[in-house]
Design a protein around this ligand. Structure first.
Ligand SMILES: *Cc1c(COP(=O)(O)O)cnc(C)c1O
Length: 368
């Protein structure tokens, strides 16, 4: 049996009719950049997050960069973020002109460690940027309290967590701004690059909209220099179609996660811990084990694609050598980078496939 990590073809097959019709409509109307399909999706996604505003942009990395810059984060400022994420998180901080300050992750949730955030605050700290890693919200209640107490901005990197909740409140509404990616493999994925900023702050939304469109509100009336990072009509129309299915897909992901949990019970593999009161949306189903590399290789030989998110903690990448860190600065993230394994996870995965993956995994573990 061949089981990919994600299966975008299976999803397209299930909604082909709706997608093809939406794409044809946009092309017929040549509503390529901005326009009514973008506005429609922005309204729908804001409502989905239960937030007031959504500004569509070119991709999730730009969303982070734009939110930071429009909050006034820049040269001389420090932004605290987590050591285990995709590089886009820290890249956006540097792009905005600020200095990245990494902290280690919590050993059970893989999300930013609250106590380490507190000790990383300096007079130069301007913002905290937690990541809702793998689809589980970071501890936003405590982060909010820390941000308020220290007068810091709080920006959610929600690229992996569309629809995740804490006590019924959706991610996207905890911080000053939240940034989403609609990269094809994300829980809500476009058919190309796309992203969005979600906020309850009307002024911030307006500023983000302007910078993403060359610093203008009206045609050729540029108040400042911006960038070109707009959501295009085709992607917006596709996202509107897919948003209608998102909750059903998330429930399927959650069901698959619980199946994995059952099959892997007492196997010696560490499974994800879902925090109380939290709706984890399982962008990735990440387990942990010793001899991870050998296990991954054995799975590959049996047709199962498993991934590593991420194999090198951000501060230890060549790109961040200038910060002068060693692995001892981030013991949890560094150790976990050697042990984590992302198992196949997508809504169309069948129970038989989950069982097969788990059997192969237990087999491999017995042999290595
Ligand atoms: C995917 C991702 C991003 C970047 O999104 P793009 O749309 O690919 O630019 C940022 N942060 C995290 C945690 C991500 O997973």
């Amino acid at each position: 049996m061949k089981i990919p990590l994600v299966d975008l073809k299976a999803q397209y097959a299930a909604i082909k009719h709706e997608i093809d019709e939406a794409v044809a409509r946009v092309i017929n109307e040549t509503a390529f950049v901005g326009g009514k399909y973008v506005t429609k999706f922005e309204e729908e996604f804001a409502a989905y997050c239960r937030a007031k505003y959504c500004v569509g942009v070119g991709n999730g990395t730009d969303a982070l960069y734009i939110a930071l810059r429009m909050l006034g984060v820049g040269k001389g400022d420090e932004v605290i973020t987590v050591a285990n994420s995709f590089i886009a998180t820290s890249e956006a901080i540097t792009m905005a002109g600020a200095r990245v300050v990494f902290v280690d992750c919590d050993p059970t949730t893989y999300n930013i460690d609250i106590e380490k955030v507190v000790s990383a605050i300096t007079p130069r700290t301007k913002a905290i940027m937690p990541v809702h890693l793998y689809g589980q919200p970071a501890d936003m209640m405590n982060l909010k309290a820390i941000a308020e107490k220290n007068g810091l901005f709080l920006i959610e990197d929600a690229a992996q967590a569309h629809g995740a909740e804490i006590n019924g409140q959706r991610v996207g509404t905890f911080g000053h701004a939240a940034c989403f990616s609609f990269y094809p493999g994300k829980n809500l994925g476009a058919y190309g690059d796309a992203g969005a900023i979600v906020t309850n702050d009307e002024k911030l939304a307006m500023k983000c909209r302007m910078i993403a469109n060359h610093g203008r509100a009206q045609k050729y009336d540029h108040e400042f220099e911006g960038v070109n990072s707009r959501l295009d009509g085709l992607q917006a129309a596709i996202l509107s179609v897919k948003l209608k299915h998102l909750d059903e897909w998330t429930e399927k992901r959650r069901k698959i996660a619980s199946l994995y949990g059952n099959y892997l019970k007492n196997s010696g593999i560490t499974i994800p811990v879902e925090k109380k009161g939290v709706r984890h949306v399982y962008h990735l189903y990440v387990v942990r084990m010793k001899k991870r590399d050998l296990v991954q290789k054995a799975l590959t030989e049996n047709g199962i694609s498993a991934g590593i998110h991420y194999p090198i903690a951000l501060p230890l990448l060549q790109a961040y050598r200038y910060l002068g860190h060693s692995d001892k600065d981030f013991p949890v993230a560094t150790q976990y980078a050697q042990e984590i394994l992302s198992l196949p996870m997508y809504p169309e995965l069948s129970e038989g496939q989950v069982e097969y993956v788990c059997n192969q995994l237990k087999n491999a573990l017995g042999k290595v």
